[in-house]
Write a protein that binds this ligand. Structure first.
Ligand code: HEC
Ligand code: HEC
Length: 358
């Protein structure tokens, strides 16, 4: 710009600023009620259009297992399952972005942690071992002492307890990720909230199933599915009384028993009844070959050790042992056969890969 052409602009600025400086303050005007102007809210910015890939269709239950029931308040849908799968693997669910649910529930270990005990976000130690997430849809209560009644409640407790989350704050930050927000709207008809995050997790957990093991195939008539040892072990499992508590097809009675392991009060913490001291939920033995270390405190490092303790019928701890435990003598051959039988309960599972996160 030439100096000449810039001159009028400069002049105008100078004049204007002088004018402002010299203008006397306006005399106070008698306050008239201001006409109420109709302020139109600024138009909301348009939601970005997001094309979500279709959620995978729900699968039929695997060979050996029936349908999983869902509560009427939270029917299972493909969209919720897909969302819950992502949430379980996402560190953004935690207080400080440091930990996902999957930190203590690894795919290849039948969704257990592999450690006896794990530290939560913030460093506090769990006092009990992280159990498998497979086939939880068939359980009637949750945690080792059964203190949680539904998968929604236990997911909510884990979200706050293990991941240290402030649910409302985490839901807000999930909604800042446009794809997440769209996934929530698709699954629940609303953005992420403190309430629907645990519901999505619960729906996914109901779809996380494992069956079609060698044992299931044998039950379905395949005579060659079980090795000689496993067949022998299957008979011992009945004759040694294991089946009294580890009831097929899930190999649990979903009841609580004391095996005298450690000094943890177990179910008594929840019911406050002395009769429940030292009792824990009978773990399902499906996929048990993958879930070492064993027992509520994870102190048995190998399956052999766990079988030996169960056969002995007591861990030698201070709490009285359930009368259903009968001390059994196991020869090395019998112990080997029982182990082969338990290995035949390793099945094929849904969700054996990590999801792609938004
Ligand atoms: C730091 C480790 C850790 C993290 C992270 C974790 N869990 Fe767990 N989980 C455990 C432990 C330990 C238990 C057993 C607690 C008990 O029985 O008292 C458990 C138990 C459970 C159970 C009950 C299983 C049963 O057999 O009753 C469910 C369901 C579960 N977790 C889901 C989740 C979900 C969902 C998340 C994420 C929101 C999560 N967990 C994060 C360690 C963890
Ligand atoms: C009276 C009921 C009962 C009987 C009988 C019983 N169990 Fe158990 N079993 C349990 C309970 C309860 C636990 C968990 C105990 C704990 O952690 O304190 C358990 C745990 C186990 C575990 C460890 C599983 C895990 O995920 O940690 C194995 C393996 C096992 N039992 C095998 C057997 C075998 C083999 C027999 C027969 C020799 C047997 N059980 C007899 C109730 C029983």
């Amino acid at each position: 710009m030439s100096r000449l052409r810039a001159l009028p602009v400069v002049l105008a600025v100078v004049i204007l600023s002088c004018k402002t400086a010299e203008t006397p303050a306006p005399a106070p005007v008698k306050a008239e009620p201001a006409p109420v102007a109709k302020v139109e809210p600024p138009p909301a910015p348009p939601e970005p259009k997001i094309d979500l890939p279709l959620a995978a269709a729900l699968l039929k239950p695997p060979l050996g297992l029936g349908e999983v029931a869902a509560p009427i308040e939270n029917p299972t849908t493909a969209e919720k399952v897909d969302l819950g799968w992502k949430l379980f693997f996402d560190k953004r669910l935690s207080k400080d972005g440091s930990m996902a649910c999957a930190q203590c529930h690894h795919i290849e270990l039948a969704y257990t942690s592999g450690a006896a005990l794990d530290a939560k976000v913030g460093g506090a130690q769990n006092k009990r071992n992280a159990p498998s997430m497979l086939n939880l849809g068939y359980h009637s209560s949750f945690y080792w002492d059964g203190r949680m009644p539904t998968l929604e409640a236990v997911s909510n407790a884990a979200w706050k307890g293990q991941l240290g989350a402030d649910p409302a704050a985490v839901a807000k930050s999930l909604n800042e990720v446009p794809v997440y927000k769209a996934l929530f709207v698709r699954a629940f008809g609303e953005p992420a909230s403190a309430d629907n995050v645990p519901r999505a997790l619960a729906s996914w957990l109901r779809a996380l199933q494992s069956g079609n093991s060698a044992w299931d195939k044998a039950q379905a008539g395949d005579a060659k599915a079980l090795s000689k040892d496993a067949q022998e072990g299957s008979k011992l499992f009945t004759s040694k009384g294991c089946i009294v508590c580890h009831v097929p097809p899930l190999f649990s009675d979903f009841d609580f028993h004391s095996a005298g392991i450690g000094d943890d009060a177990g179910r008594k913490d929840t019911t406050k009844a002395d009769a429940d001291v030292g009792k824990f939920k009978t773990p399902s033995l499906r996929n048990v070959a993958l879930t070492a270390p064993y027992f509520h405190d994870g102190h048995a490092k190998t399956l052999e050790e766990a079988i030996a303790l169960m056969a002995k019928g007591t861990g030698g701890g201070p709490h009285p042992v359930d009368a259903k435990f009968k001390a059994q003598k196991l020869s090395p051959k019998e112990a080997k056969a029982l182990k082969a039988f338990l290995e035949s309960l390793t099945g094929e599972s849904t969700f054996t890969t990590e999801p792609t996160l938004p």
